[in-house]
Design a protein around this ligand. Structure first.
Ligand code: FES
Ligand code: FE2
Length: 365
């Protein structure tokens, strides 16, 4: 064993078991849009308690989830109009986090310290995004957009916030960047009838900017088995051209375009003409803390989605989550001996680690 990669006191160890820190100057998915109502929602994000609620005009407010008086959670309090009123002693905070009323001390001056930090939020497509780093740098233009967002012919659905899951968020990125596991961990559920097409498809990797890369896999003669046909609304036993295009927006979002074209028998190099089905999975990957994470899934599709479709996909995601928890538990319990031996197919997972590590380093510097 190479001692440079193991041992509790080894500073390199944090590079194993994937976790290397959490970039803070980035947009993360705080919730699905439909999760936020005029009832306050509490969520642990990037190691901090956050409360989210909607104002009367529908705008989303996010603030630190503790009253500055005695720390009572505002998520267990009451939204009153556009403000939030602490349920413990009644202090009222406006949407800027400023205390505007202290009903238990009506004649006292309100201290300027009686205020709550608020965070920039943006609603976009399925998501409510939050920025918890330097607010000066919270540029909404950094949030990724895709043409399909506004396609009225598509069925757009938020599936679920899963979590907090007992794993660091890098383990989720590792998994999502690794197409080879789909042929094994999800045996028979996401691949073709022979069950290894995905693992063997050569990826085309394009680095789009400092924190984004796109991976395209072409499977020019793809025959879905029953489960795959059911999930993507395809015909069983029929040949398709499958094109899987995955955008990795680090450190927080993955968008996977699964496109199935009618098989023409022609070269797969040109864009095939007839789209049979498109299924777009987006996953928000949000650290709840250093060792817990949210996995937020939404799907847009060219066909109407049923409850069975949702259950099918959540079953697959459940298999991933089982793996994340097992890996986290292993690296936590056996940090003194744990090692990883990477393979060529880990290239993209390692790229996500490299990009996230660079973001963390940049912020430390
Ligand atoms: S804890 Fe909120 S007003 Fe006292
Ligand atoms: Fe998976």
């Amino acid at each position: 064993m190479n001692s440079s990669v193991s041992g509790k006191d080894n500073p390199n160890l944090r590079r194993f078991g994937a976790f290397q820190g959490i970039p803070r100057n980035a947009w993360y998915v705080a919730a699905g849009r439909e999760e936020i109502t005029t009832e306050p929602l509490g969520r642990s994000l990037l190691g901090k308690p956050v409360v989210l609620y909607r104002k009367t005009d529908g705008a989303v407010i996010a603030m630190y989830d503790a009253c500055p008086h005695r720390g009572f959670p505002l998520s267990k309090s009451k939204v009153v109009g556009d403000h939030i009123q602490c349920r413990y002693h009644g202090n009222v905070f406006n949407e800027q986090g400023t205390c505007v009323e202290m009903p238990a001390n009506p004649n006292a001056n309100i201290s300027k310290n009686m205020c709550v930090t608020t965070y920039p939020v943006v609603e976009s497509w399925h998501w409510v995004w939050i920025w918890m780093g330097d607010p000066e740098r919270a540029d909404p233009a950094l949030i990724p957009h895709f043409d399909c967002e506004n396609n009225p012919a598509y069925d757009h659905r938020f599936y679920s916030p899963l979590g907090p899951i007992d794993c660091n968020f890098q383990l989720i990125h590792d998994n999502l960047a690794d197409a080879t596991h789909t042929s094994f961990l999800h045996e028979g559920l996401l691949d073709d009838a022979d069950n290894a097409e995905m693992a063997l498809a050569e990826p085309l990797v394009e680095r789009l900017d400092e924190t984004t890369f796109r991976v395209t896999r072409l499977m020019p003669d793809f025959v879905p088995n029953e489960d795959v046909a059911s999930l993507y609304h395809l015909r069983t036993g029929v040949r398709y051209i499958r094109r899987l295009e995955v955008w990795h927006h680090l450190p927080s979002l993955l968008t996977a375009f699964n496109r199935y074209y009618e098989f023409t028998g022609e070269s797969a190099e040109g864009e095939p003409a007839m789209l049979a089905a498109e299924h777009i999975t987006t996953v928000g990957i949000t650290p709840a803390s250093e060792n817990t994470s949210y996995h937020l899934t939404a799907v847009s599709s060219s066909f109407a989605q049923s409850e069975a479709d949702k259950d099918g996909l959540l079953y697959v995601i459940g298999q991933d989550i089982e793996a994340f928890i097992a890996l986290q538990s292993y690296f936590e319990q056996h940090a003194d001996v744990a090692v990883e031996v990477s393979m060529a197919s880990d290239k993209l997972g390692l790229l996500t680690r490299k990009i996230i590590a660079a973001m963390v380093e940049k912020e430390r510097a």
